[in-house]
Ligand binder design. Structure first.
Ligand code: JD8
Length: 391
């Protein structure tokens, strides 16, 4: 990758000689050329700024030096570079943008100062560049150099060979939308403080689960904006009440049904499970037969359950939670909700699950259900008397 930076303070970019970026330059993994804007002036004072048309405080950067500088640089190669112009009003710089820019061959950075660069420079540059105005964040700096230092580091470290252990790029904050987990190193005891036992356990599965939980918890606490509401959903604080399913839900419901029953087919080693063979038509028709409810988090369908009265038994079915949200008590919460909406005539609850669906059976038994013989081979029938309903 080739990088060009234009600034009236070229020494500001000296930190890019250091550390991994400096090494990457020396190893030829990226070429960085820093240009002094004043080299593209022709007056004795090497003037780059002037007073703003229309009046107002401060000075504006003159168009001529910029025009000459950008034309000169564009002439250094055949391809069409991307021109990044940092500015407080630009598109927020993100890890996703860093990944995108890291795919480019040639990036050119224009560091403004004063009140900014004459607007005609942006228009002029579009003839030879893909121009992007990018902001580092919602605060005001005095110029673009600091932003360029940050953007170049964020982009260059994604280039092959720059970071020794590319694997470490995977679990980083913002790489997958979650903040990083806490890290520890020797000594195991310091300042009367211990390293969490799980990290000393050698149980890599447990360590991975703990780290993921830490990332979720930290992100929910510090950057809930990064999380889809569903990510922080827990059974004990279900938002709102269950909403009756409508024909408009059928598409998503079918998709989630098939996704959720994959686990049951694997556990029970059979595809002979009604949910697996559900279609849009059969599911649409079922809405008339079953009281079906959906649970949404910020618009995302994350759970569902249904019930119908069979004599004095409230038959519960299709209790499902989006696979990535299991283990948070949502299934238990949905079960409580569907029990709560059982009609007066219901004196007990029943539901059927796979004979090998251990997690489901464990959850139902914890909720007070008793397993018994089922009319359907390969399944168990779980029943529970409705509280306060004597025999
Ligand atoms: C480039 C001139 C200063 C900005 C009058 C203060 C980025 N996140 C960011 N905050 N500020 C900048 C930034 C500020 C710049 C320039 C970037 C060039 N200034 C100006 C307008 C108000 N002064 C930035 N990226």
């Amino acid at each position: 990758m080739r990088l060009d930076v234009v600034s009236i303070f070229p020494e500001y970019l000296a930190p890019l000689d250091l550390s991994l970026i400096g090494k990457a330059r020396r190893d030829g993994l990226l070429g960085l050329h820093v240009h002094d804007l004043r080299d593209f002036t022709h007056d004795r004072h090497r003037t780059v700024d002037d007073t703003p048309y229309g009046g107002g405080a401060g000075m504006v950067m003159k168009p001529e030096p910029w025009g000459e500088a950008l034309d000169h640089i564009a002439g250094q190669g055949d391809s069409r570079p991307t021109l990044i112009v940092p500015g407080p009003g630009g598109t927020p710089f993100t890890q996703a943008m860093a990944r995108e820019l890291a795919q480019q061959d040639w990036l050119v950075f224009a560091c403004g100062r004063y009140e900014g660069i004459d607007e005609r420079v942006y228009e002029h540059a579009r003839s030879a560049y893909d121009v992007r105005v990018v902001s580092l964040g919602d605060y005001v700096l005095n110029g673009g150099e600091v932003a360029v230092l940050a953007i170049v580091e964020a982009v260059a470290r994604l280039l092959p060979g720059v970071i020794g252990n590319a694997a470490s790029l995977v679990e980083e904050s913002h790489e997958d939308g979650l903040l990083e987990y806490p890290v520890y190193t020797k000594p195991a005891q310091w300042d009367g403080r211990a390293v969490p036992d799980v990290l000393l356990s050698g149980d890599h599965g447990r360590i991975a689960r703990w780290r993921h939980e830490q990332r979720l918890t930290r992100t929910a606490a510090r950057r809930p904006d990064l999380l889809h509401a569903s990510a922080t959903l827990r059974g004990d604080d279900l938002p709102g009440e269950l909403v009756p399913a409508t024909p408009g839900d059928v598409g998503e419901l079918l998709t989630m049904t098939h996704a959720c029953w994959l686990k049951e087919t694997l556990a029970n080693r059979t595809f002979d499970i009604p949910a697996v063979h559900e279609t849009v038509e059969t599911l649409s028709a079922s809405l008339a037969e079953w009281q079906t409810y959906v649970l949404r988090a910020q618009g995302r369908l994350v759970g569902s359950v249904r019930g119908r009265l069979d004599g004095d038994v409230w038959e519960i079915g299709r209790l499902m939670v989006a696979p990535d949200l299991r283990g948070r008590g949502l299934g238990r919460a949905l079960l409580s909700r569907i029990e709560a909406v059982a009609p007066q005539a219901a004196r007990s609850y029943s539901l059927i699950t796979g004979a090998a669906s251990a997690d489901n059976q464990r959850m139902y038994k914890k909720a007070g259900y008793r397993a018994g013989p089922s009319p359907i081979e390969g399944t168990v029938l779980l029943t529970k008397r409705r509280p306060g309903r004597s025999t």
